[in-house]
Write a protein that binds this ligand. Structure first.
Ligand code: ADP
Ligand code: NI
Length: 230
């Protein structure tokens, strides 16, 4: 009886923290045009919760918090500076009544989950919660939404749509990936088509298969049109 009352109180506290965090993120991302807009965060949170159900993870608080905050430390939103973003994130988290374990877990997920980090962090932190948020974020970079985000990002950066003289790169470090300006079409070969093979969960893999095929047929149409076949 007492146990369930404590549980109810905890759920209410968690809901308040999630609502507050949602507002905080919405304010920070309202002016973004690099594919990290607030609706991206909303989709990642929803997808992460859906994957969590299939993975038998019932405590979704850390997953929802990390989904909401996962892009806050991205250098693209912090004048090219990851550290500034992480410091701001820690300061924000300190204003909430989080237990130490949740605090550390959320920070670790946000710090380690990005695609760019996979070039360097061979033995980086991992947890099922991080794997789920990472799958949800990666799924949002592929399929129809991923294609739209890719061209939206390219446009916002003033990148070229396609250049037959520019070959796709095989990046070996996060710095190299960060500094290089690719065409939007090359981004498919440098990142988007690789994501299917990087999924952590069974559900992530299943959804990625479908979205991957859609991107492949998009690229086929694109090159058929360029070649005058259609
Ligand atoms: P992460 O945050 O995982 O390191 P990115 O910041 O690279 O990943 O990706 C955020 C969004 O911007 C994704 O939808 C991605 O496909 C898109 N994007 C990143 N770089 C490029 C690029 N050079 N051209 C087109 N789209 C890009
Ligand atoms: Ni993201």
């Amino acid at each position: 009886m007492i146990g369930s009352r404590i549980l109810q109180k905890m759920k209410k506290l968690q809901k308040n923290i999630l609502d507050k965090t949602e507002k905080f993120v919405q304010e920070k991302l309202s002016i973004d045009s690099t594919g990290h807009d607030f609706l991206h965060v909303v989709r990642v949170r929803r997808m992460a919760c859906a994957i969590a159900k299939t993975e038998n993870v019932h405590d979704t608080f850390v997953i929802e918090m990390a989904s909401l905050l996962h892009d806050m430390a991205d250098y693209k939103l912090n004048d090219g500076d990851d550290k500034k973003g992480m410091d701001e994130l820690r300061s924000y988290l300190l204003t909430l009544s989080l237990d130490n374990h949740s605090f550390d877990h959320i920070v670790a997920i946000v710090e380690n989950m990005s695609f760019r980090k996979t070039f360097d962090n061979k033995s980086a932190f991992s947890s099922i919660e991080m794997e789920i948020v990472q799958d949800a974020d990666r799924l949002d970079a592929i399929g129809a939404v991923g294609i739209a985000r890719c061209f939206s990002y390219g446009g916002a950066r003033g990148n070229v749509l396609y250049d037959p003289c520019e070959k796709a790169q095989d990046y070996t470090s996060s710095d190299e990936y960060k500094k290089t300006k690719s065409t939007s079409i090359n981004h498919f070969y440098e990142k988007l088509l690789k994501l299917k093979g990087m999924m952590n969960t069974k559900t992530g893999r299943r959804i990625a298969e479908h979205r991957h095929r859609f991107m492949e047929s998009f690229l086929k149409e694109f090159f058929d049109e360029l070649d005058g076949k259609r």
